[in-house]
Design a protein. Structure first.
Length: 394
């Protein structure tokens, strides 16, 4: 069978290969004293809180399961707008909010609306792999720019200016980032936006982890910088609803009808049941629960990252959000007699029954040195993981 060059261009998601091997290994060691611990998971270990579940049940029972408007339920767009006001102090009118099937659909819509064949989009290396594949699926070219720990593994205004070429259309940022959990410093983000605006380009920012921010200095939405910012968001992470497939994007007024046209054709609408259920995310009781969980994620970070550093798995920048740690495994891999993050991840799986994610998916620059640990697991599991790491390499 012949497949499109577009499809052939998309790299496999290596995370999945590691996850498959980890599942296989988990079955083998299930009955032992050291069952598998999964620190390779990119989703919260919490599920939707009670009010959201009840709202979903009610929606199905009441038969509210027809298609919605392609832009999303007006009531939900209003609630999201209200959340921007109360949580982030930014005025985002509901008319600029488009509800989508997760951030993934929002990113696809943004890429299809904005990118022409051959357009280049600047992105940091390392970054979430699907984002560059969305650019590629829209016939654009993701240009990965190597970043440093000093830059918090994010783009800088100077690098954007230097990398800007005749085909550059804009930047695609993520703050906080997957795999590093680090955000762009607010002053740097402002400077990047100024450079991009001066070039007549686009600033697209994936803020899917913004709700899971732990430092006041970083926890602000880029939307405060101006109405030309395109922000991607989701119910997957802070709202603990990964499988409900619900997200949203905030776009400039002029882009709303374009995205609406694409959404009508490509998706019709996001899941109606999920949209009705998500209204309950913004009830005081649900927000209180989400805030308790955010505090738990922070406590896990505060325990686990120092533990990694002590073991020589150095995390060069303390994550300020999300639930990831981007750790340099060079020294420790050497100790175990292996080279590179890919082999290190498999060695850890075999010898300590710990599943982690090697850097390979996230870019090319230093990804052979780095691995991603996820702290989206219970404190007890993280403590056990730290103890196993200590026994193996300590
Ligand atoms: C940075 C980033 N963007 C987007 C997504 C996709 O999320 P969603 O479940 O909302 O499609 C993820 C998922 O892990 C992510 O880490």
């Amino acid at each position: 069978m012949k497949f499109s060059t577009r499809a052939e261009r998309i790299d496999p998601f290596y995370v999945m290969e590691v996850a498959k091997a980890a599942q296989q290994m988990a079955r083998e060691v299930a009955g032992t004293r050291e069952p598998m611990i999964f620190l390779n998971i990119g989703e919260p270990d919490f599920t939707a809180p009670p009010l959201v579940v009840e709202a979903a049940e009610r929606t199905v029972r009441d038969g509210l399961t027809q298609y919605t408007n392609s832009l999303g339920l007006d009531a939900l767009r209003e609630r999201i707008s209200g959340w921007y006001a109360t949580r982030f102090g930014v005025d985002v009118p509901a008319r600029r909010i488009v509800v989508t099937a997760g951030a993934s659909a929002a990113l696809q819509l943004a890429c299809l609306a904005l990118i022409d064949a051959g357009d280049e989009i600047l992105m940091p290396d390392p970054s979430y792999p699907c984002n560059r594949h969305f650019v590629s699926a829209a016939e654009g070219k993701a240009v990965l720019i190597p970043t440093t720990a000093e830059e918090r593994f994010q783009l800088s205004a100077a690098k954007v200016e230097a990398a800007w070429g005749p085909k550059t259309r804009g930047v695609l940022l993520a703050s906080p980032s997957n795999p590093t959990g680090t955000s762009i410093a607010p002053e740097e983000l402002r400077a990047i936006h100024e450079v991009v605006r001066a070039k007549g380009g686009l600033t697209v920012i994936d803020e899917i982890y913004l709700g899971l921010s732990y430092e006041e200095h970083f926890g602000h939405s880029a939307l405060a910088l101006g109405d030309d910012i395109i922000s991607i968001n989701s119910f997957s992470k802070y709202f603990n609803m990964t499988g409900w497939r619900l997200g949203w994007m905030v776009v400039p007024d002029a882009m709303v009808p374009v995205v609406e046209r694409l959404a009508q054709n490509l998706f019709i609408c996001a899941s109606t049941v999920s949209q009705h259920a998500a209204l309950a995310c913004f009830e005081a009781e649900s927000i209180a629960e989400y805030e308790r969980r955010r505090a738990e994620f922070k406590a896990r970070r505060d325990f686990f990252i120092p533990a990694l550093n002590q073991l020589g798995l150095s995390v060069p920048v303390m994550p300020d959000g999300a639930f990831y740690a981007w750790a340099d495994c060079t020294q420790v891999a050497h100790k175990l007699g292996v080279e590179g993050s890919w082999d290190f991840a498999f060695e850890l799986m075999r010898r300590a029954h710990l599943a982690i994610t090697p850097g390979r998916d996230f870019g090319t620059d230093q990804t052979a040195r780095f691995v991603r640990f996820s702290t989206a697991n219970s404190m007890a599991q993280l403590q056990e993981a730290a103890a196993r790491l200590k026994a193996l390499i300590g």
